[in-house]
Design a protein around this ligand. Structure first.
Ligand code: GH3
Ligand code: MG
Ligand code: MG
Ligand code: MG
Length: 320
């Protein structure tokens, strides 16, 4: 077959893209007819990237979900519908952001237009020419790697900003970020929604007696016991020093009270062991259910007031 490019794009003066991009090997999934494009394309890509060839579209779809950097789809394959595969790739959340390069025939402009409509990133015409293929791939991969690294850095920074390194729980910023949109959503849907605030009893005394490091160990265990006793849908945070705020979606005040008391008992009923020493730690809790029409900060205030009553009333108890 001919290796002349239709684009008139000669590559003699281009730097060949044999090497890795940004120091990374790309993971490339090639999909086409058996005995057709994929084997040839794979040879053109060479050793610089990791290539996986697939002939079956369903299997290709499954594989595409496991972190490929680029998917190359033949639109001239006879054994499956390439456009349909592109549509599936764009439709699935796991492959929505994976770049797609399609290979088609130069006289089939309509197919290319449809492919771009579906959201493919780039196209190349047959007969595929090595330098052009590599140059187009390099552009797509460079963009993908940059997006990946932005995403990673963003998540790392975000993680630092919203998580508490001592307990592993989200912090106040995390809680507010999670709860505000949830609050609006549940309020609109008319669903029940309750807030709990826990505060450790006489924690200053614990610190004074045992030291701040022991205090920290206790905080870790307290956080773990709270998480163990809450559901996965509940949003648990270390809101302040020794204060934990929890949002319970789909939960009435009575149900929230019951859950809070279960947490309280898990603390009061079992000593916390730090350095072989068993310590009896208790917590007080305030509960408030969202009243229709109320603002989030009003719910927080009512939960805080309930906590204040629990403290005033002798601690180690839940008040609503
Ligand atoms: P109360 O029962 O009224 O809540 O008494 P308390 O002593 O727990 O309440 P107060 O708010 O007066 O004191 C909270 C103490 O928690 C102050 C501080 O020594 C301690 N604390 C806050 N954050 C941390 C932390 O990150 N580590 C440790 N070890 N102690 C903390
Ligand atoms: Mg406190
Ligand atoms: Mg306090
Ligand atoms: Mg306290």
């Amino acid at each position: 077959d001919q290796l002349m490019s239709h684009t008139g794009h000669t590559a003699e003066n281009c730097r060949p893209m044999f090497e890795k991009i940004q120091g990374r090997k790309g993971r490339i999934l090639l999909i086409g007819d058996e005995g057709g494009q994929p084997a040839r394309i794979s040879r053109m890509i060479g050793e610089a990237h990791e290539v996986v060839i697939e002939y079956d579209p369903a299997e290709a779809m499954r594989k595409a979900k496991s972190h490929f950097d680029l998917v190359i789809v033949s639109l001239v394959a006879k054994s499956f519908d390439g456009l349909r595969l592109c549509a599936s790739l764009r439709f699935s959340a796991e492959t929505r952001d994976t770049p797609i390069l399609v290979i088609g025939d130069s006289d089939d402009q309509q197919t290319f237009v449809k492919a771009y409509d579906l959201g493919v990133n780039d196209s190349i015409m047959r007969p595929v020419e090595t330098q052009e293929l590599r140059a187009r791939m390099a552009t797509l991969l460079r963009r993908k790697f940059t997006a990946d690294s932005l995403k990673e850095n963003f998540n790392e920074d975000l993680e630092m900003v919203i998580s508490d390194p001592l307990t592993g729980l989200g912090n106040r910023r995390f809680f507010d970020r999670q709860v505000e949109p949830l609050f609006d959503e549940l309020k609109d849907g008319g669903e029940d929604f309750s807030i709990l605030v826990f505060d450790i009893d006489h924690f200053k005394r614990v610190n004074d007696m045992l030291g701040h490091d022991m205090g920290d160990q206790i905080l870790k265990e307290v956080a773990a016991r709270i998480v163990t006793n809450m559901r996965a849908v509940d949003i648990v945070s270390r809101y302040g020093g020794e204060e934990f705020m929890i949002a319970m979606p789909g939960t009435t005040q009575d149900e929230a009270f019951f859950a809070a008391d279960r947490v309280r008992q898990s603390m009061a009923g079992t000593p916390i062991f730090v350095d072989g020493q068993g310590l009896s730690i208790t917590m007080s809790c305030g509960v408030a259910q969202v009243i229709p029409g109320e603002q989030l900060r009003e719910v927080f205030r009512r939960a805080d007031t309930a906590l204040y009553h629990a403290k005033r009333n002798g601690r180690n108890q839940v008040k609503a």
